[in-house]
Write a protein of this length. Structure first.
Length: 150
């Protein structure tokens, strides 16, 4: 029996098993522009979305939101919210609820070309320096490090 099984194994072509994509891979594929996916990634994503209709609808909404952000079309956000609420996707409903808590600011953030990203970056850098020095030095040294970093 062993000999027969060995001969059978040798006669069949050896195809290495294909590793299933991780959640991180699929999330990356969903949030990336479709034209930036490799052919293999696009095929795998298409197969996954075909097997899970809810994920396919989620991917559609995520891409539509990304287009709103990239094209600065904040005024179209209301239509996107209505479309998301029409679908039975609880995770996106939670996201929409969070957006609704300060909808005017979200629309402004998606529409205006101004950004507070640089200021936030400086705040994060100062906080990091402060955490590094906690309990080790006084305010004078912190002030020098902040001024030196700027």
């Amino acid at each position: 029996m062993k000999v027969y099984a060995a001969k059978l194994r040798e006669s069949l072509p050896h195809v290495p098993p294909r590793k299933a994509p991780s959640v991180r891979d699929v999330t990356s594929w969903l949030t990336r522009r479709p034209d930036r996916l490799t052919e293999g990634q696009a095929q795998q994503l298409k197969a996954i979305l075909a097997r899970c209709p809810a994920l396919d609808r989620t991917a559609h909404h995520v891409r539509a939101f990304a287009e709103l952000m990239n094209n600065r079309e904040g005024r179209q956000l209301d239509k996107w919210i209505v479309a998301v609420q029409a679908d039975d996707l609880p995770a996106l409903h939670t996201f929409v609820t969070g957006l609704g808590q300060d909808l005017d600011a979200v629309i402004a953030g998606l529409s205006l070309r101004y950004s507070s990203g640089a200021v936030e970056g400086h705040n994060n850098k100062i906080k990091m320096l402060k955490r590094q020095m906690f309990g080790r030095a006084n305010f004078d040294l912190l002030r020098l490090r902040v001024l030196h970093a700027a």
